[in-house]
Design a protein around this ligand. Structure first.
Ligand SMILES: [Zn+2]
Length: 314
């Protein structure tokens, strides 16, 4: 199956960071803080995060904060959103630089987006989705501020989005989807509420996501895609059912999606690479315990040593 082109992926990510004006960067401009999180976490999993100037990254992240509400935008001057706020906090944690943050201001912004029924809106515009429940719960847990929300109601809302197939949707009655399942299972794991998950039923639905080519898809009848190596595999890890899929075939599928010349990983073999799929490919291989990679925490989506530093002081 060939090996992981670790050094080429490092060069690819560093080159994307530098090419700020090209087409891909323009398209991704509003997502830049998410892109930075994907790229930097990949570098850390590859044990190369010291290749970037941490002061430069940290000061750019801080310039994305909305000084009025306390949340973070996707880029300088953009509107604050829970998703970008989580990425900002995750990036600061990669560099162990939470000291620069007004933690109560950020966590008040996050907690303020909880609705009466326990759900979360992504921003002031009010769209509700279990993805935002995950962003809020993960972010507040990382900041040691879960006590700022009604966690019981937050869990009840997520449980109300559980389906008969064992999966979870974006709102009550919404179709099960792997990305959504990661968010709900992750939020339940962080709040110590995994007893609400039917592990065998959900494990069965998740392991059926493996296609003939070894890759995983997001829903029945869809093609395999490297990003689901993360959404599906992290969920299987949290419910202790990873051994229900063929791990070697999945690793081979991910390795087949590498650009062996210029670095980066694509969604499926021979497609164009991007930072998003490079991150999910490397994170998936980390969950599969690929040699040389740092282990990643399946709920917090950060390297295990970073999570240990946050909760156990190293
Ligand atoms: Zn994808």
């Amino acid at each position: 199956m060939g090996e992981l082109e670790a050094e080429k992926h490092v060069q690819y990510i560093l080159s994307v960071e530098k090419r700020k004006d090209d087409f891909e960067s323009l398209l991704m401009e509003h997502l830049r803080i998410n892109g930075a999180y994907w790229g930097l976490t990949t570098l850390d999993l590859l044990r190369k995060i010291e290749a970037v100037d941490s002061d430069e990254v940290v000061s750019w992240v801080m310039s994305c904060q909305d000084q009025d509400c306390g949340g973070f935008g996707g880029n300088v001057g953009h509107d604050a959103h829970l998703h970008y706020t989580l990425s900002a906090v995750q990036i600061l944690l990669l560099f162990d630089r939470l000291d620069i943050l007004d933690i109560d201001k950020v966590s008040d912004y996050v907690a303020g987006l909880q609705n009466e029924d326990g759900s979360f809106s992504g921003d002031i515009w009010g769209e509700v989705d279990t993805r935002f429940s995950y962003c809020a719960i993960c972010c507040l847990s990382l900041l040691h501020r879960l006590d700022k929300i009604n966690a019981e109601k937050a869990v009840d809302y997520i449980v109300s989005c559980k389906n008969l197939d064992g999966g979870f949707g974006s709102i009550p009655g919404g179709e099960s989807h792997s990305g959504q399942i990661f968010c709900c299972v992750g939020a339940l794991a962080i709040t110590g509420s995994l007893h609400h998950v039917d592990r065998d039923l959900l494990g069965w639905w998740l392991c059926e996501r493996q296609c003939k080519d070894g890759g995983l898809n997001g829903r029945p009848e869809k093609l395999a895609d490297v990003c689901y190596s993360w959404w599906v595999l992290s969920s299987l890890t949290m419910i202790d059912r990873v051994h229900w899929i063929d791990r070697e075939k999945l690793a081979a599928f991910i390795l087949n999606c590498q650009d062996r010349e210029n670095g980066g990983i694509s969604d499926r073999p021979d497609n164009a690479v991007d930072v998003f799929h490079t991150y999910f490919g490397v994170a998936g291989l980390s969950l599969l315990e690929y040699p040389g990679l740092k282990p990643i925490d399946p709920a917090y989506a950060l390297p295990v040593d970073v999570v240990n530093r946050i909760f156990f002081g190293k």
